[in-house]
Write a protein that binds this ligand. Sequence first.
Ligand code: HEC
Ligand code: HEC
Ligand code: HEC
Ligand code: HEC
Ligand code: HEC
Length: 260
Amino acid sequence: MTVSWKHVAVVVAALAMGGAAPAAAQAPSDTTTRIDAPKGPWGYHGASSKQGYAPEQPIAFPHPVHVQKAKMNCQYCHFAANKSPDPGMPAVGTCMGCHTVVKAQSPEIQKLAKYWAEKKPVPWVRIHKVPDYVQFPHMRHVKSGVTCQSCHGQVQKMQRVFQYSSLNMGWCVSCHVNGYDPVKGEVASGYTKAADGAFQLAAAAPVAAPKSFLQKFFGSVVPEARAQEAAAPAPAAPAPAAAQSPALKKARYDCAVCHY
Ligand code: HEC
Ligand code: HEC
Ligand code: HEC
Ligand code: HEC
Ligand code: HEC
């Protein structure tokens, strides 16, 4: 039997936890990253992809340099987020518009150029996935102004993308029932609105994706993301319940809204 680094990490983790359980029993049965993260108000976590999941990608695509330095809008690449259930992934041609010239000698860009030459799409490893019996329409959320970062965290700071939210049913329903607060959504986005109404990035250091398996098990991404939230400017003091912001956006939550 071959022993992967993940298994080694599990053994180390089990030992560090005082050997509470035999290492073998803790070996993950799939390729996801297990972290001890809060599971949302209902505590239910089933078939959605896992919070903290940060798979290695075929090309180490850095969001920070594209969004923060090159000032690209999320929807330049995820072009269908406001008009389709599926936000869309950029075609290789979109990348090559710049990378025929930009950093053409870099090893990562050469991998990209190889897919381009072979007329193949980049086989990106999908991170976020709700089970097939759930419908999630991106456009409904994006059109009603829910910021990408409210659900995905500040992707513009992630050197490697990780799943920020649990995607469990309680997470969906609690936002639909309690309502989306645009002010909180803007704070979560890490962008600030300029005088002319255009969004600007608030300056901040990049957030590193988990670097080692040990980090994934212990330090890990969710506390990091929470720290990121804590570091964001505090929103205005909450209004008393009776005088809640009229701008709160509620959504339907009968079963058939999300389940076919
Ligand atoms: C706002 C969206 C939303 C609404 C409304 C909703 N669900 Fe869900 N539901 C989900 C999501 C997302 C999951 C998958 C969670 C996971 O697997 O982590 C789920 C999972 C489930 C599951 C688990 C299935 C399994 O295989 O474990 C059941 C059962 C379920 N929902 C029933 C209901 C019922 C009954 C209602 C109405 C009272 C309802 N849902 C309303 C989003 C929703
Ligand atoms: C230059 C193109 C580009 C821009 C701009 C861009 N992305 Fe991406 N995005 C990608 C590519 C390529 C991937 C797949 C590789 C990866 O996961 O890093 C991706 C992956 C993602 C994923 C994970 C998808 C999955 O599999 O679940 C999310 C979420 C995401 N992007 C959100 C954003 C957000 C939010 C912004 C704006 C802040 C943004 N992206 C801007 C190209 C882009
Ligand atoms: C609008 C122009 C533009 C587009 C479109 C674009 N990039 Fe980039 N990319 C850049 C710039 C600018 C840099 C930073 C170059 C530097 O560090 O000097 C960069 C850096 C990179 C790097 C890091 C290279 C290294 O060795 O440091 C990778 C990998 C990359 N891009 C992949 C992609 C992929 C994949 C796509 C398509 C999903 C894409 N880029 C689309 C402009 C672009
Ligand atoms: C209300 C929460 C929410 C918002 C807002 C949101 N997303 Fe998502 N995103 C999700 C969920 C849930 C999934 C998984 C959907 C599925 O499995 O069908 C997902 C999946 C994705 C994927 C992977 C899709 C694929 O085909 O691989 C990308 C890329 C993405 N989102 C980008 C974005 C961008 C960019 C924005 C803003 C323009 C955005 N999302 C806004 C919740 C959200
Ligand atoms: C951050 C808040 C937030 C989260 C989290 C969220 N939603 Fe929503 N959702 C909204 C808002 C706001 C709308 C728009 C309501 C409208 O257009 O009137 C919406 C609309 C929808 C609709 C269309 C409803 C209709 O009336 O047809 C569906 C379906 C949906 N969401 C499913 C989901 C699922 C599934 C999840 C979890 C995977 C989820 N949402 C998570 C805020 C959220």
